[in-house]
Design a protein around this ligand. Structure first.
Ligand code: ADP
Ligand code: MG
Length: 283
């Protein structure tokens, strides 16, 4: 292995044993974003402040168009903020090593001319991991996401759910401490989506990454999260934060039928409903 490189094949037990630190994985302070357009200035995000503790699963919910994707792009370092501060594991956002952060989009970012295995190898090869080691680690992750036997299939030969599994493997394979997910399962049918949500929870429990998961679906947010941050209609501000004190491990389909789930849902929906109504009123 190259000097200084991380051993991607370290046993998962070591990863699970990674201790949470007091330094938040993500810390946003007074974050604002304005876009200059031909029609003038669009205020997309206004003084957003919240933190995601290391190893936590936080869902960000808010009406469509409120600024959720913009916020993730700023955290990922793909867009500059207009004001405020992003800290990633205590470091200023701009100076963070890219392998700290994984990003899963709604549309999968698989290369159609590469096989499932080659797609999962790619992030490792790009980080300088030798080919033989990349192949072995990628194969391990393809198996972990339940696609043993599909290593040599191309994305066009896989179902939407399978492509999503590969996208997850491509993110988990380099073991980022933070994973940003932007409505990753929105395009899947309900059954596949439930399966994927359960798989995600299982992988997260093993890897100990902090996850910031964006969704406009409050049920999905409650089923997955430790904590929910509700954003206002555009421009996005933090309306409120809620803990989700439901037991783990969870089965996302089963947990939706419990009275504790429904209580939390009713409570948060009171807030979110006003923001959804406001976002419609503005169109
Ligand atoms: P969401 O993900 O919550 O649906 P977005 O973050 O995509 O919302 O968009 C928030 C607002 O910012 C929208 O009004 C959108 O039109 C605007 N916006 C996003 N990107 C740009 C851009 N590059 N230029 C101008 N306006 C933008
Ligand atoms: Mg979006």
């Amino acid at each position: 292995m190259a000097p200084g490189a991380t051993d991607m094949r370290a046993p998962l037990a070591t990863m699970a044993a990674r201790r949470p630190t007091d330094v938040p994985a993500i810390e946003l302070t007074g974050l604002s974003k304005r876009f200059q357009t031909a029609e003038g200035t669009v205020q997309a995000i206004e003084r957003v402040t919240f933190a995601v503790a290391s190893g936590d699963f936080v869902c960000l919910v808010g009406p469509s168009g409120c600024g959720k994707s913009t916020l993730l792009n700023i955290i990922a370092g793909l867009l500059p903020a207009s004001a405020g501060e992003v800290r990633i594991c205590g470091e200023p956002g701009g100076s963070v090593r890219p392998d700290r952060i994984g990003y899963v989009f709604q549309r999968d970012a698989l290369l159609p001319w590469k096989t499932a295995l080659q797609n999962v190898m790619l992030p490792l090869l790009l980080r300088g991991v030798p080919p033989a080691e990349s192949r072995e680690t990628a194969r391990h992750w393809v198996h972990k996401v339940g696609l043993a036997g599909f290593e040599h299939h191309y994305p066009s030969q896989l179902s939407g759910g399978m492509r999503k599994r590969i996208a997850l493997a491509m993110t988990m394979v380099y073991r980022p401490s933070i994973i940003l997910m932007d409505e990753p399962f929105a395009a899947l049918d309900v059954q596949t989506r439930n399966l994927m949500e359960n798989e995600l929870l299982a992988l997260w429990a093993e890897t100990g990454s902090a996850i910031l998961f964006v969704t406009h679906d409050l049920e999905e947010a409650i089923a997955l999260a430790d904590r929910i941050v509700v954003l206002t209609a555009a421009p996005a501000r933090v309306r409120c934060e809620y803990p989700v004190p439901l037991e783990r491990p969870r089965d996302v389909a089963e947990i939706r039928t419990t009275s504790a789930f429904l209580d939390i849902y009713r409570h948060i929906w009171r807030d979110l409903r006003e923001e959804v109504a406001a976002s419609h009123g503005r169109r």
